[in-house]
Each structure stands twice: as structure tokens, then as C-alpha cells.
Design a protein around this ligand. Structure first.
Ligand code: NAD
Ligand code: UGA
Length: 464
């Protein structure tokens, strides 16, 4: 019976996942550790609105479990020592240097965790890969653990996470499935069963599937590739809709009613963002190429190429519609996060659209209900395309939408926050420069209503 769990990495996955495991297993102590002290302090903050991650429902789960059997700490060694099961949930970003730069997953944080576990562990441990990893990573983990450890035994499981940001808590509470990959010998089976029993505290047994480790690792990359491919596929059709008179919302509805296709994940947009789709597909492409599977690699790479094209196309549309110049014009951005209901901005389309419009000397004004100014400036600074002073001069951040849109030449909707639908659009229109252009990068507004107000409305995949 597992009594103590620790999770290395208190990020978007480690925090919510462990909070739910603790909530549903009150007899297991769950300690989430991180080297980032600010993050841990925020997780321990009295004020639940100061948690480091914004996720609907997360505050309630933390309120119930924290201090009871859920703990956040920077003492990684102590947590490793005390736990029988250790989840690794650290970041695995795209490499920015050396072999595989711009494509492969950077596994240095994973390796550091493995070396630390090996050094500290004085009793047998089950090590669970929660991070998304290239297929066959567990082989490298096992080699490090077995060769640098203190002679104790390690079992390695793969348990990829499928939660989506913005719906993390409901995804964790009622997952479509839980996937656990592990060894098939007696010790491997025992380890798998130990993890299964933790999930069985709330997940129906038929939704917990077990596979070999490689299938589990590869299923995670495959799931993200398929999901992203759907978005790129509908986005590819959106351009064809615009030139032919078709409406992408109608096309998505028509194809989505075919039960073989399904209706979810067919929303045309300014392009997908988030920390994982691009990173995981690049990683998949890299793995395929490294096995000499060039056609497989090219096939999946096209999903990224299409997404880059879609983000660019949106920026270009704004430029050409505004008479080929946005220099000195105020362009109001509604939203900066990569999707609604999260404060995460990693790879958000807004960053790339802003960068393209800054190239054209636009004055960009931004409002996002959950993203702070410093984050927006950092996101642009990380592109290394211009100096910080230029970013600060080109981007102004507002906390209120009516001021944001006052005297704007155009509004661009980058994130589908629900509150954007509720605004007094007539009032916004009246205070804008005319013609008042509206670029709905998420198709959340009713184009006809907007045109009746007076806007020149441009949706994605809707012909003009
Ligand atoms: P994150 O960047 O939010 O969190 C990772 C945390 O790990 C950071 O706080 C970092 O300080 C910490 N860390 C790194 N090295 C450490 C070490 N040696 N010791 C202690 N702490 C360390 O990342 P995330 O979004 O939570 O993603 C984590 C993994 O989960 C990635 O592999 C990602 O692909 C995968 N994933 C993410 C999501 C998502 O929605 N974000 C969903 C499913 C899977
Ligand atoms: C995605 C997957 O959905 C999760 O299953 C997975 O666990 C996670 O990646 C991960 O591995 O990190 P996430 O990136 O949080 O989750 O959010 P999604 O809802 O998948 O949205 C990703 C992007 O695609 C967003 O920018 C979203 O706006 C965009 N999108 C999504 C569309 O443009 N259209 C759609 O129909 C759906």
C-alpha cells in the first residue's frame, strides 16, 4: 500500500493533478516539490486567488486537501526520501541548443530528477513519468537510476497526463481514460497495480488502461498530434471557405455530425497555442526522422507549418484590410492567453500576431482578464525580435475593455473568453475610429449582429 507520494514539478500538471489525487485519497500524503521557491510560496498562499495557476475549481480542491494530506515544499530530498512513489512532472520544452535544436524535447530537467532520486533514495521506489516524454525515455531513466543509485530497486511507469488547461479539474475528476504503461514481470505488475489503485479511488476501472511502457509514452505524443491535426485541418479549410463563399462553422457542423469524425476540436481559429501541441509534434517529427522515417516526419510537420501559416495569415489580414498600413494605428487585442480560462500564454497566437503587427509599427493595446502586463512583455522579449524598450513603447496594457477600444482603428479577438460576448458592442463601436474593423480570431461573435451595429466584421473561415 502506498502511503506517501511526491511529485517533482509544481506546474500546470503537477499542481492540479496531485491536488486531485490528494483530494480523492485522503489516506495518502501527497507532497509536491519544486525548485522554484516563488511558485511553492504561491501554492502555499493563504489567499487562494494567489495560486500560481488559474484553473476553474482548483482553489476549492486545494482548500480542501492542502494541509490535510496535500503539501507544497522546496525540500526535494526530503520528499524523495519519504515517498514510495515519485511522479516526475517537470517541463520538457523544445531544445534551444545543440543536436535537435528547435525540434527535440530537452530532457535535462528529467535527467536531473533521475540523478537526484538515485542519489537520495535509500529504499525501493516506483518512479512515474508524468511529463510528456519521447518514446523510450524510460530506458534512459532506468539506466541512470540503476547505475547511479544506492542499490535500491526502481520500477518505472509511464502515466501521461491528458488534461487540458482551463478544464484541468473537470478533466482530472472525470477523465476519458487513465493510461498506465509498465513492465509485465511480477515487480512491474505490482507497480502498475499500486498506481491503478490510487486512480481507482475515483476513476471507474474500465477507464484505467494498462499497456507496455513504449505504447504509453507514444500514445501521449500521438494523442496531441491527432488533436492538433484536427485544428490545422479545419484551419486549412477556413481559408478555402473564405475564398469560396462557404462558412467554416457550417462546414464543421456538417462534418462533425458524422459520428466517425465527431464534433469536438473543430473550431477554426487564429491558430493553436499552448505549451504542448507544437513541442510534442516537433518532438514526434524529430523521433521519426531519427529512425529515417522521413515521410512520417513530413506528414506531421505539416500540422505545424499550417498553424504558423494561420497565425501569419491573421496578422496579414489585419494589415491588408486596414489599407496596407497599421503604422501608428491603435489595434485593440482582446485576449492574450492561448485559450480561455487559463493564465497560460505559452505559444499563444497573440504573441505572434502582436510581433507581426509591431513589425508594421502598430500601437497595440491589450486586455486579458487573467494575464498580467509583465507576462505579455516577457512573451515578446523571449522572441528576441526587438528591444525591451520597443516592446514597451509598442504595447500598452489595459484593465478595462471600453478604454482599451476607445479610438482604436481595429479590434482583434485572440482568446475566446466568455466575457467578450457580453460587452456592449454598440458602445464600443461608437467610441472607435471609423470604419471600425473587427477581426474575430475565434468566431465568438455573431457577424451579422456586428455588421448591423456598423462594424466591418472579419471572422475566420467566413467569406466576405
Ligand atoms: P511547468 O513549466 O508549468 O512546470 C514544471 C515545473 O517543474 C516548474 O515549476 C519547474 O520549476 C519544475 N522543475 C524543473 N526541474 C526541476 C527539478 N529538477 N526539481 C524540481 N522542480 C523542477 O510545466 P507543465 O505545463 O506542468 O508541464 C510539465 C510536463 O507535463 C511537460 O512534459 C508537459 O509536456 C506535460 N503536460 C503538460 C500539460 C499542460 O496542460 N500544461 C498537459 C499534459 C502534459
Ligand atoms: C492539449 C490537449 O487537449 C490535452 O489533452 C493535453 O493533455 C495537453 O494539450 C498537453 O499535453 O499539454 P491544452 O493545450 O491545454 O491541451 O488545450 P487545448 O484545449 O487542447 O487547446 C490547444 C490550442 O488549440 C488552444 O490554443 C486552443 O484555442 C486551440 N484549439 C482547440 C482550436 O483552435 N480549435 C479547437 O477546436 C480546439
Amino acid at each position: 500500500m502506498i502511503k506517501n507520494i511526491c511529485c517533482i514539478g509544481a506546474g500546470y500538471v503537477g499542481g492540479p493533478t496531485m491536488a486531485v489525487i490528494a483530494l480523492k485519497n485522503p489516506n495518502i500524503n501527497v507532497t509536491v516539490v519544486d525548485i522554484n521557491k516563488n511558485r511553492i510560496d504561491a501554492w502555499n498562499s493563504e489567499d487562494l486567488s494567489s495560486l500560481p495557476i488559474y484553473e476553474p475549481g482548483l482553489d476549492e480542491v486545494v482548500a480542501e486537501a492542502r494541509g490535510r494530506n496535500l503539501f507544497f515544499s522546496t525540500d526535494v530530498d526530503k520528499a524523495i526520501t519519504e515517498s514510495e512513489m515519485i511522479f516526475i512532472s517537470v517541463n520538457t520544452p523544445t531544445k534551444t541548443y545543440g543536436k535537435g535544436k528547435g525540434m527535440a524535447a530537452d530532457l535535462k530537467y528529467i535527467e536531473l530528477c533521475a540523478r537526484q532520486i538515485a542519489e537520495i533514495a535509500k529504499t525501493d521506489k516506483i518512479v512515474v513519468e508524468k511529463s510528456t516524454l519521447p518514446v523510450r525515455t524510460s530506458e534512459a531513466l532506468k539506466s541512470i537510476l540503476d547505475n547511479t543509485g544506492n542499490g535500491v530497486k526502481f520500477q518505472i511507469l509511464s502515466n501521461p497526463e491528458f488534461l487540458a488547461e482551463g478544464t484541468a479539474i473537470s478533466d482530472l475528476l472525470s477523465p476519458d481514460r487513465v493510461l498506465i504503461g509498465g513492465g509485465t514481470d511480477e515487480e512491474g505488475t505490482n507497480a502498475v497495480n499500486a498506481l491503478v489503485s490510487i486512480y481507482e479511488a475515483w476513476v471507474p476501472s474500465d477507464k484505467i488502461i494498462t499497456t507496455n511502457v513504449w505504447s504509453s509514452e507514444l500514445s501521449k505524443l500521438t494523442a496531441n498530434a491527432f488533436l492538433a491535426q484536427r485544428v490545422s485541418s479545419i484551419n486549412a479549410m477556413s481559408e478555402l471557405c473564405e475564398v469560396t463563399g462557404a462558412d467554416v462553422n457550417e462546414v464543421a457542423k456538417a462534418i462533425g455530425m458524422d459520428s466517425r469524425i465527431g464534433s469536438k476540436f473543430l473550431k477554426a481559429s487564429v491558430g493553436f497555442g499552448g505549451s504542448c501541441f507544437q513541442k510534442d509534434i516537433l518532438n514526434l517529427v524529430y523521433i521519426a526522422r531519427s529512425y529515417g522515417l522521413n515521410q512520417v516526419a513530413d506528414y506531421w510537420e505539416q500540422v505545424i507549418i499550417m498553424n504558423d501559416y494561420q497565425k501569419n495569415r491573421f496578422a496579414k489580414k489585419i494589415l491588408t484590410t486596414l489599407y496596407n498600413t497599421v503604422s501608428g494605428k491603435k489595434i485593440a487585442f482582446l485576449g492574450w492567453a492561448f485559450k480561455k480560462d487559463t493564465n497560460d500564454t505559452r505559444e499563444s497566437a497573440a504573441i505572434y500576431v502582436a510581433d507581426a503587427l509591431l513589425d508594421e509599427q502598430a500601437n497595440i493595446a491589450v486586455y486579458d482578464p487573467k494575464v498580467v502586463k509583465e507576462q505579455m512583455y516577457n512573451d515578446l522579449a523571449n522572441l528576441n525580435t526587438r528591444k525591451v524598450e520597443e516592446i514597451e513603447a509598442g504595447i500598452s496594457v489595459f484593465s478595462e475593455v471600453y478604454e482599451l477600444c476607445k479610438d482604436a482603428h481595429a479590434i482583434a479577438i485572440l482568446t475566446e473568453w466568455d466575457e467578450f460576448k457580453e460587452y456592449d458592442w454598440k458602445m464600443i463601436y461608437e467610441n472607435m475610429k471609423k470604419p471600425a474593423f473587427l477581426f474575430d480570431g475565434r468566431n465568438i461573435l455573431n457577424g451579422e449582429n456586428m455588421e448591423n451595429i456598423g462594424f466591418v466584421y472579419n471572422g475566420i473561415g467566413i467569406s466576405k
